[in-house]
Design a protein around this ligand. Structure first.
Ligand code: B12
Length: 208
């Protein structure tokens, strides 16, 4: 279990970007493992703001400023995770599916994949089949779809069906997505978090 940095956790929840920046910079200067920072403090803070939203104790603006504060911290961490200029192990494209604007989890998945030596074509949010297709056109060996809403999750099935028989692997994830759902819609892989996303890509592309 990663230790919690309470200052950082609280700062994300109240959307205090200055404190988030200061705490992350301090941790980096102290050579604390950044993955612990994410798993112990930053991701749990986002989970907590979501739980407050579900209890009507926080609203969309609070979620939004928390998300911005989270992204401020992730931007500082990203360069440390990215590997310096080696030949990529494979190329993947990654996007949040049509109708869905949540991108923090997707960004984390992208960061971890880059850190693990993959070339990542980030397609952004609200991606329809044409956007994923364009990613494949640019050389992606696998398509990664993220969804955070139960209403946008079914679009993953559309993506899976589109790529069936094309030799392109589709891997899915996001808070409401499960292994069972991945099997149900015929996706090639599933990951519960950013580390699992790396394992899923390695497995699906036969790299392990
Ligand atoms: C921040 C947030 C927002 C922000 C998003 C900002 C941004 N830039 O992302 C804003 C304010 C815009 C927002 C808007 C809305 N939101 Co919102 N949001 C959240 C919140 C609080 C946090 C999400 C997050 O960043 N989590 C942290 C990251 C790190 O976790 P993650 O995304 O799950 O990603 C991890 C894994 O899932 C996995 N993963 C993710 N993607 C992928 C992909 C692959 C391929 C793999 C393998 C793995 C993987 O790895 C990641 C890293 O570990 C959640 C609550 C929650 N508990 O999730 C609600 C939540 C998702 N939102 C919700 C709702 C209802 C909405 C709105 C409809 C609210 C409204 N009334 O307008 C809108 C919809 C907007 C839209 N069209 O998308 C609900 C969804 C309910 C449901 N059952 O569908 C939630 C669950 C809140 C709740 N408890 O009710 N939201």
């Amino acid at each position: 279990m990663s230790e919690r940095n309470q200052e950082l956790y609280d700062a994300i929840i109240r959307g205090d970007r200055k404190t988030v920046q200061a705490e992350v910079e301090k941790a980096i200067a102290d050579k604390r493992p950044v993955v612990d920072l994410m798993n112990g403090s930053m991701i749990p803070a986002m989970r907590e703001i979501g739980a407050r939203f579900a209890r009507n104790e926080a609203y969309v603006p609070e979620m939004l400023i928390a998300a911005r504060a989270m992204q401020t911290g992730l931007n500082l961490i990203e360069p440390l995770l990215a590997e310096a200029g080696h030949e990529p192990r494979a190329r993947v494209c990654l996007g949040t599916v049509k109708g869905d604007l949540h991108d923090i989890g997707k960004n984390l998945v992208g960061m971890m994949l880059k850190g693990a030596g993959f070339a990542v074509d980030d397609l952004g949010v609200d991606c329809d089949v044409a956007k994923f297709e364009a990613g494949v056109g640019r050389g992606a060996n696998a398509v990664l779809c993220s969804a955070l809403l139960t209403t946008t999750m079914p679009y993953m099935k559309t993506v899976v069906e589109h790529f069936k028989g094309q030799g392109v692997k589709v891997i899915i994830g996001g808070a409401p997505v499960t292994q069972k759902y991945a099997e149900e819609i015929g996706a090639d892989g599933y990951g519960a978090d950013a580390n699992a996303a790396v394992s899923a890509v390695e497995t699906v592309l036969g790299l392990v």
